[in-house]
Design a protein around this ligand. Structure first.
Ligand code: CS2
Length: 496
């Protein structure tokens, strides 16, 4: 039996199963209906619809993948989200805010038509950092990015996120409609501003009329900070939840109880009652976003590289190791020192809560999953706070260590010689920067710092920074990671 035919739908025995939103139309097109979206925006939207009726259901679009679209489609887009608390509790609920799912690869016209439909008022996305093809330093599109290059050459037949959105906006303008709000839900700094800059630049490249000016004038691109640790669902979890619910749910996901969403309240054509569902609306997301990117995501990347290289499969395994969790704790504290205090927010308390979240023994979040796409993540997570620390005479060692571990990871080889796939859009460049310098830490460091659009110039030119990264990398190559980690922990203990 699948979820659709289940007695649970409608009988109220699982939270959310009795809710019926079938009369509500689609108002949101979301690109990337992966695990994170289904545990986050879709849940907030379900809860908002309970508080306030409205045509705010979601069309989930897979830009490339078809698998999740098919899974959702087969069960009328209903699915379960189960939270796993540290004490072992597993609490499932049913989510019904997604009305339809489409694969752009199979029905591009259907997606574009929906973007140009007057009922579409918000276009949101979780497509990962690498999908955009926007150069961080300038906000301009990266013409070397595969889908950007393709879509600029053939804009009426787009394949990438920017191309598809701009084509949707172009069609709306032709039809005399207003633009939709673009709501980026990826972990990028000033994500709304960044995608706005990319969209405007893309529009300028393909349209000689004033499309870009119209978008800039009438569109809305609120920045937002999203947070919920959601591992990729596994078959063993699907089996577990099938036993629990007595149905097979191909789109089931497990996640932590914690969830946070902070958005700037600037919407061109309204929004669901997300505030009633717990979303925090603020004037300026920047402080929240910096806190989350540097403290949570920064620590996550450190955990991922260090943990993966030391044979720790999950984040919780790293946290269960006394030495490694000491390093994580040190990192979170150093990251918090780079932030300016805001409102009544207690950064120490936030940091403490992060440690608990990472340590949750019932969340199996793979270090190798988080390690993916480091070139897209390190700048905002590690290099930005490193630069802030350098400028303000704060400790740079935690960030230099994290950078050195990432560089070491980019070798693609474990200490025992076993190889692994880097899974990074720049993997060839990264691997070459490492391998072409043999085992010379200074040469490797130099090659990494010279890669374009990666390190901020002030870090590249700082002797102190380069020497610190280089000395950790040298130690990892000479003495191994375990010994480097132990020596680093001694320095933390000495300074405590
Ligand atoms: C993680 C994030 O995979 C990663 O890079 O750091 O997905 C993290 O789990 C989320 O941002 C938590 O909100």
């Amino acid at each position: 039996m699948n979820l659709l035919n289940s007695a649970y739908i409608g009988d109220g025995s699982v939270e959310g199963s009795e809710d019926d939103f079938s009369e509500f139309g689609i108002g949101i097109v979301h690109f990337g209906p992966g695990a994170f979206h289904r545990a986050h925006l879709a849940v907030y939207t379900h809860d908002a619809l309970k508080h306030q009726k409205g045509d705010w259901r979601i069309l989930g679009v897979g830009l490339r993948s078809t698998e999740i679209v098919d899974a959702l489609h087969a069960q009328e887009c209903m699915y379960s989200v189960s939270t796993r608390s540290a004490d072992g509790g597993l609490a499932p609920r049913i989510v019904k805010s997604i009305a339809q799912a489409k694969a752009a690869a199979r029905d591009k016209e259907g997606v574009l038509t929906r973007l140009a439909n007057p009922a579409t008022r918000i276009v949101s996305m979780t497509v990962t950092e690498k999908a955009y093809g926007i150069l961080r330093e300038t906000g301009r599109v990266d013409r070397a990015h595969e889908s950007i290059a393709k879509d600029i050459a053939d804009p009426r037949n787009p394949t990438g996120i920017l191309g598809v959105i701009v084509e949707g906006l172009w069609r709306r303008r032709q039809a005399g409609l207003r633009p939709f709000t673009v709501l980026c839900c990826d972990n990028l700094p000033q994500n709304g501003e960044l995608i706005k800059a990319g969209i405007l630049d893309f529009a300028r490249q393909i349209d000689e009329t004033d499309l870009a000016a119209w978008i800039a004038e009438e569109g809305a691109f609120p920045n937002s900070m999203v947070d919920r640790i959601t591992p990729a669902a596994t078959e063993s979890f699907r089996q577990e939840i099938a036993v629990r619910l007595d149905v097979r749910d191909e789109a089931a996901i497990e996640t932590e109880p914690f969830s946070q969403w902070v958005i700037e309240d600037r919407f061109a054509e309204g929004r669901p009652a997300w505030d009633a569902a717990g979303v925090v609306f603020v004037k300026d997301v920047a402080p929240y976003e910096e806190m989350k990117l540097r403290m949570l995501n920064g620590a996550h990347s450190l955990i991922a590289y260090m943990g993966f290289l030391l044979g720790k499969t999950y984040v919780r395994d790293v946290m269960a190791d006394v030495q490694l969790s000491t390093i994580v704790d040190r990192h979170i504290k150093a990251a918090s020192q780079t932030l300016s205090p805001f409102q009544d927010f207690d950064l120490d308390e936030y940091g403490q809560k992060l440690i608990e979240r990472f340590a949750n023994p019932n969340i199996a979040h793979e270090t190798y999953q988080i390690a993916m796409d480091g070139s897209q993540k390190m700048p905002q997570r590690i290099f930005a706070p490193a630069l802030e620390s350098l400028k303000n005479n704060l400790p740079i060692a935690p960030f230099a260590l994290a950078t050195a571990v990432w560089i070491r990871y980019c070798s693609g080889t474990h200490e025992n010689g076993e190889q692994y796939d880097l899974r990074d859009p720049r993997s060839q460049q990264l691997a070459a920067a490492f391998i072409s310098n043999g085992r010379d830490p200074a040469g490797i460091c130099q090659a990494f710092h010279e890669l374009p659009d990666l390190f901020p110039a002030e870090l590249t030119t700082s002797k102190e920074w380069r020497l610190t990264v280089c000395s950790y990398l040298g130690s990892m190559l000479e003495r191994g990671l375990s010994q480097t980690v132990s020596a680093y922990v001694d320095t933390i203990e000495d300074s405590a």
